[in-house]
Design a protein around this ligand. Sequence first.
Ligand code: VGL
Ligand code: ZN
Length: 243
Amino acid sequence: MNRRFFLQAVSIFGLTASGPAASVAFGQSAPARVRPGPESVLLVVDTQNCFTPGGTLAVKGGEQVVPVINRIGKAFENVVLTQDWHPRGHVSFASSHRGKKPFDTVHLFYGTQVLWPDHCIQGTEDAGLRKDLDLPQAQLVIRKGYHKDVDSYSAFMEADRHTSTGLGVYLKAHGIRRVFVTGLATDFCVANSALDARAEGFDVYVIEDATRAVDLNGSLAQAWDAMSRAGVKRIRSDDLVLS
Ligand code: VGL
Ligand code: ZN
């Protein structure tokens, strides 16, 4: 089972994670302070109206990531945003499956899919980026989840695990080696993006206080566990040197 489906499965079935020992110490001692440089990118995941209060799939406290992202964003020369961007009738919507409710699961050709309320529909106000994001230097917005029959939590790879968004190639072409992940939601799109960034060979940090979680059936703890085992570094915005 690949990591994505493992993460989805553990999120739902509460299985105990197993795998190689962590390659990076995690959450035990204060990490050394980290200074983003020209080889770093701030990845701002799905910081959209749909995932913040008043939106169709609101994450509790989701709006609170915005001032943190704005503050740290000033220290990054490279900023990339993602936008969950579904067509009507998307396969991840419970309303597309007879007899199913939001947060049920179904088996699709690529594995287990959590079903969500209709959310982030292309061209709607709900799918817009938060207006209070203040990242004028952002150089790229990656839209994802636009194939009707495939979901994409990750900014790098769709849930079929074959269709690339091109982000890994883009970042490498721009000399990026370190990816700092922020945004929504910690246990779905942030975690899957961080895991795939690791799989593509980047040095990866998740800035915990710049994220908020859905936390469905233990999915947040499972996500941190999977990220830890993959060597993703868990830091806080205070660990960044911002000048
Ligand atoms: C997300 C559920 C469905 C996310 C996107 O951004 O974490 N979660 N679509
Ligand atoms: Zn979605």
